[in-house]
Design a protein around this ligand. Structure first.
Ligand code: SAH
Length: 231
């Protein structure tokens, strides 16, 4: 399948990348989904989304041959596209239902955004690197993926104008749980956030009522840091 031509600024020079998805890519995606299942991902809808999203198109074309390995890779602005297992793990924790309103902090490459859209969520995503915001805003519609709202700004603040959210996902390592994110979560909603400086503990808060949150922890992961905005 051809998605057309996309002019990318993933590297310092402009490269024209043809958005091409082949049977070979599909085969590699099926294998990746199998590996994720073996690693403990059980949610079929998440595995199906992994089988559908062309991860190689979210990376610089020089990584194309590796795109379906279960690894993180560098993207623009010194950031990384999360490891597929991490994307699947966080997505599974959210227990996404169709039309759930989800806030994502750290759009990055847009791969996690795409998985959430494929799960039927209305995704609102915030990115603090303008370069990535621009690249990803251009890429997603070319792949037929339409988040509700992409914005450039500081994820620590969430998106108060669009709150409350059914779930919130943070895809960068956070030293603390930002209070505005807790405030923007619906009662019954889930906030999934990797917490810690060098290594992070995957943490999920479930909002019980106005003031109480139930905390669950799920082992260690490694993310680029959630940074305060420079604007
Ligand atoms: N889900 C993305 C993860 C990218 S890495 C993917 O798989 O591609 C984490 C992203 O969080 C980076 O793009 C980084 O720029 C962004 N980020 C870091 N601090 C942030 C903040 N305060 N607000 C919004 N985005 C932030």
């Amino acid at each position: 399948m051809y998605f057309g031509i996309f002019t990318s600024i993933f590297t310092k020079i402009n490269v024209t990348q043809i958005l091409k998805d082949t049977a070979k890519h599909q085969g590699l995606r099926n294998q990746l989904a199998k590996i994720l299942e073996e690693k403990g991902i059980t949610d079929k809808s998440v595995l199906d989304a992994i089988k559908k999203i062309p991860r190689h198109l979210f990376l610089n074309s020089s990584f194309e041959d590796f795109a379906y390995q279960d690894k993180a890779f560098p993207i623009a602005a010194g950031q990384t596209i999360s490891q597929p297992y991490t994307v699947a793990f966080q997505s599974q924790l959210l227990q996404v239902k169709k039309d759930d309103k989800i806030l994502e902090i750290g759009t990055g490459s847009g791969y996690q955004t795409a998985v959430l859209c494929m799960l039927g969520a209305k995704v609102f995503s915030v990115e603090r690197q303008n370069e990535l915001f621009k690249i990803t805003s251009a890429l997603l519609p070319k792949l037929g993926i339409r988040p509700k709202h992409l914005s450039f700004g500081d994820g620590y603040k969430g998106l108060p104008n669009h709150a409350p959210f059914d779930s919130i996902i943070v895809t960068a390592g956070a030293p603390i749980i930002p209070k505005p994110l807790m405030a923007q979560l619906k009662i019954g909603g889930r906030l999934v956030i990797p917490l810690g400086e060098n290594e992070q503990v995957m943490t999920m808060l479930i909002r019980k009522n106005e003031t109480q949150f139930e905390k669950h922890e799920f082992g260690e992961f490694r993310f680029v840091p959630l940074l305060e905005n420079k604007n």
